[in-house]
Design a protein around this ligand. Structure first.
Ligand code: ZN
Length: 339
């Protein structure tokens, strides 16, 4: 099969990889319908994480080709969506809703789903079948559920977004924008997106943002306080993962409020004194997307949400290198790769 391999920073190639096969009786093999490039794939692309000859990709939707002898919940021919971490969905951690830290879980990025086929471990727990074969128009939204929508949703839940709440979103990438959508769906009263890109501000407003703040850092925090009677937001979604964005999120949250942080943390150090006096709830990390998949698939299937709009560039898998370049240069918010 053909699949994406990152040989080193900036060096993305589509080449022949071994066809996946069933290794464990709990595995499935799927034929990808679409996959995509994640903001987190840019860390190694930019040389900020080490990378050598790595298969890439962890987001996927497709059709089940083959299942192992112990697989009961999905069968060949079904269209499925899965999270970027495999999970049995039965261990105590999964049962509590933290499937991204399943005791048996594996990061799908190590398997690499920017490819024609992929082996899915723990298929019964990992995969959720759609009610039928989706029309092509729904595929981008179902693919978004695999990571960015599920991650934005977890961030909004972790930030305790809901009726009567003012929500602030730090980060206008795909996850931040879908955090806006999630906050809206959860009933937030007011949603302030922090963004300085016009196209992203427009999409944020379409997804439910009521206000835009262009300032960053201390000025950004001051602007949020101005909009909230000097108190700060009840709920803040952090979707970047840098020192500045994390401190901006904590400082923009009122005492007693909640920060939902899902930006993959890079060299973030929290000063104890600021944390102590902030009196905010901090919850986040690797989003347990699997917890939300049945609900997200239902909302997409019924036309209630259209998260696929975050894909503003679609390319064939063979052109993955151009997709990485477009995201790196911020010419695209998120790139879908058709398989
Ligand atoms: Zn588990």
């Amino acid at each position: 099969m053909r699949g994406v391999v990152m040989h080193g920073p900036g060096d993305v190639r589509v080449e022949d990889r071994d066809d996946p096969r069933i290794v464990h009786p709990t595995d499935a093999v799927i034929r990808l319908s679409a996959t995509c490039i994640c903001g987190s794939d840019l860390w190694p692309y930019r040389g900020e994480d080490e990378v050598h000859d790595a298969p890439m990709g962890h987001e996927y939707v497709g059709v089940v080709e083959e299942v192992g002898s112990d697989v009961r919940n999905v069968k060949p021919g079904q269209f499925v969506v899965g999270s970027f971490v495999s999970s049995d969905n039965t261990c105590e951690i999964c049962a509590a809703g933290y499937q991204s830290r399943c005791v048996q879980g594996e990061l799908m990025g190590n398997i690499g789903t920017q490819a024609q086929y992929a082996r899915i471990p723990l298929a019964d727990g990992t995969l959720v079948a759609t009610p039928g074969m989706p029309p092509d128009a729904l595929i981008p939204s179902l693919l978004a559920a695999s990571d960015v929508l599920g991650t934005g949703w977890f961030a909004a839940v972790a930030a305790d977004a809901g009726p009567g709440k003012v929500v602030t979103v730090v980060g206008d990438g795909a996850v931040g924008l879908l955090g806006v959508m999630a906050a809206r769906q959860l009933g937030a009263e007011r949603i302030i997106v922090m963004s300085r890109h016009r196209d992203r501000q427009a999409l944020a407003r379409e997804f439910g943002a009521t206000d835009v703040v262009e300032e960053r850092g201390d000025e950004g925090v001051a602007a949020i306080k101005d909009l909230t009677g000097g108190l700060g937001a009840h709920s803040v979604i952090e979707a970047v993962g840098t020192q500045q964005s994390m401190m901006q999120a904590i400082s923009a949250t009122r005492p007693g409020g909640h920060v939902g942080f899902v930006g993959l943390s890079h060299d973030v150090n929290l000063p104890g004194d600021e944390l102590f006096f902030s009196m905010v709830h901090l919850h986040g990390g690797l989003a347990p997307v699997r917890r939300f998949l049945p609900e997200l698939i239902r909302l997409i299937w019924n036309g209630k949400i259209d998260p696929g709009k975050v894909f503003d560039l679609s390319l064939p898998l063979a052109d993955a290198a151009e997709g990485y370049k477009a995201m790196d240069e911020r010419r695209a918010i998120k790139v879908l790769l058709t398989v």
